[in-house]
Write a protein that binds this ligand. Structure first.
Ligand SMILES: [Zn+2]
Ligand SMILES: [Zn+2]
Length: 201
């Protein structure tokens, strides 16, 4: 990838995500490997991503690989791990990409500042310093040699069903259309989950 490409990919990811950060940089690197090894971004469901966290990097994966929440070709396994599995349904190839521990570790000063910014106790100078460190770490991840950042292995593809189109049924309480697979029945009448929980609660 030449630096012009890197620049425009970074811009595209930042436009979608809202800011530059280390997590976004990891998602950009992971997406780059997935697209290089498995082919072009998904227009439909030909490429599937299974992500094991729901942090910043997943936004880069959605915008760069076309594996998105809305299309149903982004699957979230809430394991809290920096692991990303991609499957190409057309050639049945699958790749497991894991970020190395050394690349995830952030220095203590950066972490302490992050905590202060989150708690809104950081001074304007500390906020500036935090932003500087965040972008510095992000750029370091973008430039790290691939073998120092992640481990990629080809794995056997898992059988995955395509996203289904379901009929909607009107909830007997709120009247809002609800996907039939999410309907709960009470005395034979159909209810959406929020209404069902209110009535049971
Ligand atoms: Zn972020
Ligand atoms: Zn309802």
């Amino acid at each position: 990838m030449n630096s012009d490409d890197t620049e425009s990919i970074l811009k595209k990811a930042i436009r979608f995500h809202g800011h530059q950060c280390p997590g976004l940089a990891m998602g950009i690197r992971v997406s780059g490997v997935a697209l290089r090894e498995l082919g072009k971004p998904a227009k439909d469901e030909e490429l599937v991503a299974i992500v094991e966290n729901n942090s910043c990097g997943v936004d880069a994966i959605q915008v760069l690989t076309g594996c998105t929440f809305g299309k149903g070709n982004l699957i979230f396994n809430d394991f809290g791990k920096y692991v990303y599995t991609f499957m190409n349904r057309e050639n049945q190839r699958a790749l497991r990409i894991a970020i190395k521990n050394e690349a995830v570790i952030t220095d203590k000063q950066h972490l302490d500042l992050f905590a202060k910014v989150k708690k809104r106790t950081a001074t304007p100078a500390e906020i500036e310093e935090f932003k500087r460190l965040h972008i510095e770490k992000s750029n370091a991840i973008l430039n790290l040699p691939e073998d120092e950042l992640l481990v990629t292995e080809e794995i056997a593809p898992e059988p995955l069903s395509m996203a289904h189109i379901h009929e909607s049924i009107e909830c007997a309480r709120c009247g809002e259309p609800t996907m039939e697979t999410r309907i709960r029945l009470l005395d034979g009448a159909p209810y959406c989950i929020p209404c069902f929980e209110k009535m049971m609660g």
